[in-house]
Design a protein around this ligand. Structure first.
Ligand code: MLT
Length: 395
């Protein structure tokens, strides 16, 4: 066959990070069926949806079976009631958005990947380590990627020092996946000023903002000037446990390129996406109601307590780590200078715990490992016992 394919795909690693881990874990479980494996790997929530969300979901689903309340295609950018709920959620941090800057979608992963399509061939700046979707989706488009090293000395929060003033697309994630590090207001101001000066765009991933407990910005739009140079992508997955329901939103200010960026993002979405299901949008609205937000808060506090327990084990065993306090992720140095994958194998086979190898998030992540606090309390307690014993035996 002479059919041409997009050869950029051939430059990607064979498997997406989390698919590779799932494969390895499945193989291990098949070979060791009696072992009780605990996953502190992919950041998937374990607590069920809150009652207010389920009630909204059930009510809206029943409406779909009644002639008078049945709904067909949803508005392509989301119902105004969800956009209005998102608008009010942002107003709590004094960020005022207009409804036509908010696009409701089925997941931050889709939005982050799809946005590459409406961008031309710019320099792409991506902190390393980082959520692998940014690098993979830009590689698929054959883009030129400049990785900015995150390390112990910059607290895994790379800054634009030393970058030339060239139009670029800059990806920032705060609280960061995988390191849990959080940019301060001052640091984000430096990035925004750099983006304005270099005529660049920031794509800000705020999927984990609800975990912030300290005095850090929840949104890039809390930073003066950001409306001129930034878009933000966020999700109900980690805020309200929607990993299985699927609902996200992107915020594209009209100030960018005199409204052109907002218009073409809408054009892209209208052509390739048919909107989020009515019951899911009603559930998203419920998640942002005052009762819904209280439930979100309780669940996030539960996960943050799990994180605290994991942090305690690391502290006790003198292991360097970041994250946890404002994030569901704990980013630890592998003991004895082990590589990320060697540590993954050892932890899986000896303690029956699954984590995520740091190198899967970029080469600066090698020698590091990510643990998540999204498991249940019972499993986290058991995992902490096993981790403590495991680290002691490694000494
Ligand atoms: C993660 O574990 O990094 C996330 O759960 C993956 C995602 O949000 O797609």
């Amino acid at each position: 066959m002479n059919m041409k394919i997009n050869e950029n795909f051939l430059n990607l690693s064979e498997n997406f990070l989390f698919s590779l881990i799932a494969k390895k874990v499945k193989q291990y479980k098949e070979a060791n069926p009696t072992k009780e494996v605990i996953s502190l790997g992919i950041g998937d929530v374990s607590l069920p949806l809150s009652k207010v969300v389920v009630d909204a979901l059930v009510k809206a689903s029943l409406e779909m079976g009644v002639k008078e309340t049945f709904r067909g295609y949803p508005p392509e950018f989301g119902y105004n009631f969800v956009k209005d709920a998102i608008r009010k959620y942002y107003l709590k941090n004094s960020v005022d958005l207009s409804l036509d800057e908010i696009f409701v979608c089925d997941g931050a992963k889709s939005d982050l990947g799809n946005m590459v399509e409406i961008l031309g061939d710019n320099r792409i700046i991506i902190p390393d380590p980082v959520y692998p979707v940014y690098v993979d989706s830009n590689m698929m488009a054959g883009r030129n990627i400049l990785l900015l090293e995150g390390n112990k000395s910059n607290g895994f929060l790379p800054m634009p020092d030393g970058l030339t003033l060239e139009e670029s697309v800059i990806y920032l994630c705060s609280p960061n996946n995988p390191t849990g590090a959080v940019y301060s207001k001052e640091q984000l101001k430096v990035w925004v000023d750099f983006a304005i000066k270099s005529k660049s765009l920031i794509i800000f991933d705020s999927a984990y903002e609800a975990f912030i407990r300290g005095n850090y910005p929840h949104s890039i739009f809390e930073i003066e000037g950001a409306r001129k140079c930034a878009v933000e992508i966020s999700s109900f997955s980690k805020l309200a446990g929607f990993t299985g329901l699927r609902c996200s939103y992107s915020i594209v200010p009209k100030d960018i390129l005199d409204g052109v960026f907002n218009r073409i993002w809408g054009r892209r979405q209208a052509t390739k996406f048919n909107g989020v299901a009515w019951p899911v949008q009603k559930a998203a609205e419920a998640a942002l109601s005052s009762e819904g937000l209280k439930a979100c808060e309780n669940n996030i506090n539960y996960y943050l307590y799990n994180a605290l327990m994991i942090e305690e084990v690391l502290k006790k065993n003198d292991i360097y780590y970041t994250g946890g306090t404002n994030s569901p992720y704990i980013w630890m140095k592998c003991p004895n200078n082990m590589s990320s994958w060697d540590f993954f194998d050892k932890l899986l086979t000896e303690a029956n715990i699954v984590g995520t190898p740091g190198v899967g998030f970029g080469k600066s992540g090698d020698g590091y490992f990510r643990l998540t606090s999204f498991s249940t309390r019972e499993k986290t307690i058991e995992a902490c016992k096993r981790l403590d014993k495991f680290f002691k035996e490694m000494k």
